[in-house]
Write a protein that binds this ligand. Structure first.
Ligand code: IVH
Length: 668
């Protein structure tokens, strides 16, 4: 194929894939199978790899995301991102209406929209191509999250149709559908990671993830509700959104025009419960004046437009009976009280349990068994109890008291100064804590043992086959294959995966040990600074705290871990089993102290190295890579397209700015 033909084919494939993508994510009416879609994608990927001159950041192949660790640049919003004033009653809405009618005699219409509960985003398009995606930030400056936004499949990278402006912005809400939220939290639970409290946090946390690969995996969605630019196609807000829908944006189908406040209020009532049937979270209704010229005439206050208002639904409440309280011991030993309730219908689902959080909350609520309690469902996973009604209390009702001993192992619970939670201190003898350690060890970010999950760990533990992480390496095939729901195949897979884990790099092994406060980053720092497990075992408190980013709390925890003979023995057994207990040769070879004591910030895009590589080079040479500029920053390593605010700040603080070449010279 000639270059010209190849280019033509690439263009055809991109357009076909965008079209299928649109059918799938917007109208849910795909015309080809997933497999066919994947095949077309593979064809395109192949052509693009073989012909890098035709690279295009807006190609559908780029939606898979990359694993590069990028900091976000701060970008100034072209139009500042205002928020809305809130209202909670019909009366407040009628006041809002009256205020507008005082300012104009003109006849006008309202548009009512659902108020989506996610995280807001502003997209800038130039000549039909997505140019930038910026978070709200402080309303004036926001984070450039373009790389992450590109992975959201319902957001068009190339606009369709005709009539779009050369340059415009569109704003909307990035959302995590409930089904995805559940899937992600289940996955996080298995990995022993902290759960997202609600869909809003999950959406904004995901959007701010440093890895677009993670964003791509999470299937975020987005609805758009505000078009901005010069010479918009229509004077009507709704009409403009309809135009935007034709260009490929996802616009809510549930938006309606209303002629007056009575119609607005009817719309609000209609969605009061209907909104729970939607796949995404909503927390109210937004009411906007439709005419842009009237919007402009009404203007804005410093914080919000005068032509729009949000009506927020009250969190739904129900009352029910508190039957009992269960105390659950988590993997970290933290004890959580959970209320068992007489089942009650709340916001579309039957509620049987509610979180009670900790002893203080139980005491403040003055809860008694058999109480009539109020439950409320915010966006949280499990509802909470907001109060008890003492009028319905039985005179002999017993107060709910926090337990004193661990329900799993009987050890007396402790509560640390200043902490709300009670803990079971029997780290090495309390079953959920032992199992928790093993689950952490096998997790994807730790030893990544395929085939082993929470359930298998439970089975192996209950059968008495494993008591600690080192026991995993003594497992024999017949011990695994005879277990319920497992067989020869699963046993082979688990053993193979354990075998492969012997090559997992030292820093991950260190993380996998589950030493308190030694997360992924700390494990990496310790591994690179102290090189092998013996040095870490023997390091004094001073040696540890002398390492940048290792504070007293971490250092003490490391020492406490290695002060226990059973842990030393455990590590020894893992070493005997062939696990990596020292930094690999390649990392060792590239080490130097040339940047010792220097803090370097990386900004922009580079020609020779990726930002991840540069970060590694800084660390390998004893320097520290920092993410925000301060007086303590030694250098700004600047590439192309560096954010103007960063540059400005560096100049102001007189921080030397170096290029990729200068940097290379420093370490050569
Ligand atoms: S309009 C100047 N419409 O609510 C008006 N906002 O409290 C800009 N939101 O920051 C906002 N759904 O994140 C608008 N249909 C909708 C919305 C909506 C959700 C969010 C948005 C905004 C916040 C304001």
């Amino acid at each position: 194929m000639s270059k010209e033909n190849i280019h033509q084919r690439i263009i055809e494939l991109r357009s076909a894939l965008e079209d299928h993508n649109y059918r799938y994510y917007h109208s849910s009416q795909p015309v080809i199978s997933d497999l066919e879609f994947d095949m077309l994608m593979k064809d395109l990927e192949k052509l693009e790899t073989e012909n890098p001159e035709f690279f295009d950041p807006n190609s559908p192949t780029q939606r898979v995301g990359s694993d590069l660790n990028k900091e976000f640049e701060q970008v100034r919003h072209q139009y500042s991102m205002l928020s809305l004033s809130n209202s909670y009653s019909e009366e407040e809405l009628r006041d809002f209406d009256q205020k507008i009618r005082k300012l104009t005699d003109q006849k006008f219409e309202y548009v009512c929209e659902l108020k989506y509960d996610g995280t807001s985003i502003s997209l800038r398009y130039k000549n039909g191509l997505l140019e930038k995606a910026i978070t709200r930030g402080d309303g004036t400056f926001g984070d450039d999250v373009t790389a992450n936004v590109r992975t959201i499949r319902s957001i068009p990278l190339n606009l369709k149709g005709i009539g779009f402006l050369g340059e415009f912005e569109i704003r909307g809400e990035i959302l995590l559908p409930f089904s995805e939220f559940e899937r992600i939290n289940n996955e996080r639970e298995e990995l022993g990671e902290q759960l997202f409290a609600n869909v809003r946090n999950a959406a904004s946390g995901t959007l701010k993830s440093q890895k677009s690969l993670v964003v791509a995996e999470r299937n975020l969605d987005a609805y758009f509700y505000y078009l901005l630019g010069e010479n918009l196609p229509e004077d009507g807000h709704l009409e403009n959104l309809e135009a935007a829908r034709k260009w490929g944006f996802k616009i809510s189908p549930d938006t309606e025009k209303c002629q007056n406040m009575d119609e607005v209020i009817a719309f609000i009532r209609k969605w009061n419960t209907k909104r729970f049937e939607l796949p995404v979270a909503t927390d109210g209704i937004v009411i906007k004046v439709n005419s842009l010229s009237l919007q402009q005439y009404l203007g804005t206050t410093a914080k919000s437009p005068r032509w729009a208002i949000a009506y927020k639904y009250k969190a739904e409440q129900a009352s029910t009976i508190l039957q009992s309280v269960a105390f659950q011991v988590g993997r970290t030993g933290a004890v959580t009280p959970v209320a068992n309730l007489e089942p009650v219908l709340l916001a579309g689902t039957t509620v049987k349990r509610a979180s009670l959080h900790n002893a203080d909350i139980i005491r403040n609520l003055d809860l008694h068994f058999g109480d009539t309690v109020f439950v409320e469902k915010g966006g949280e996973i499990i509802p909470k109890i907001t109060g008890a009604d003492p009028n319905f209390r039985h005179p002999m009702a017993q107060p709910v008291e926090f337990i004193t001993d661990c329900p799993e192992c009987g050890t007396a619970l402790i509560r640390k100064e200043g902490e709300a939670a009670h803990y079971c201190p029997n780290e090495d003898g309390c079953p959920p804590q032992i199992k928790g350690k093993m689950e952490h060890f096998i997790g994807r970010k730790a030893m990544n043992i395929d085939g082993l999950g929470t359930e298998t760990i439970d089975l192996l533990y209950n059968e008495g086959l494993i008591r600690n992480i080192a026991d995993l390496y003594d497992l024999r095939k017949e011990q695994i294959s005879r277990l319920e729901r497992l067989g020869d195949k699963s046993a082979d897979r688990i053993l193979k995966s354990l075998e492969v884990s012997r090559q997992v790099p030292f820093e991950k092994v260190l993380f996998a040990l589950g030493i308190r406060f030694v997360g992924e980053t700390v494990a990496k720092i310790l591994a690179h600074r102290l090189i092998n497990i013996e040095n870490i075992e023997l390091a004094s408190l001073e040696e540890l705290t002398n390492i940048d980013e290792i504070g007293g709390r971490i250092a003490e925890s490391v020492q406490a871990y290695f002060s226990k003979p059973e842990n030393i023995q455990l590590v020894e057994r893992l070493k005997q089993n062939g696990l990596q207990m020292r930094l690999d040769e390649a990392s060792l070879a590239n080490r130097s102290e040339k940047l010792k004591g220097l803090s370097i910030i990386i900004s922009g895009t580079f020609e020779k190295n990726s930002r991840d590589d540069l970060k590694k080079m800084i660390e390998q040479n004893g320097g520290k890579n920092v993410s925000s500029i301060s007086n303590n920053t030694s250098y700004l390593l600047a590439g192309n397209n560096i954010g103007p605010s960063k540059l400005e700040k560096a100049k102001k603080l007189k921080i030397p700015i170096i290029s990729e070449e200068d940097f290379q010279k420093m370490i050569d």
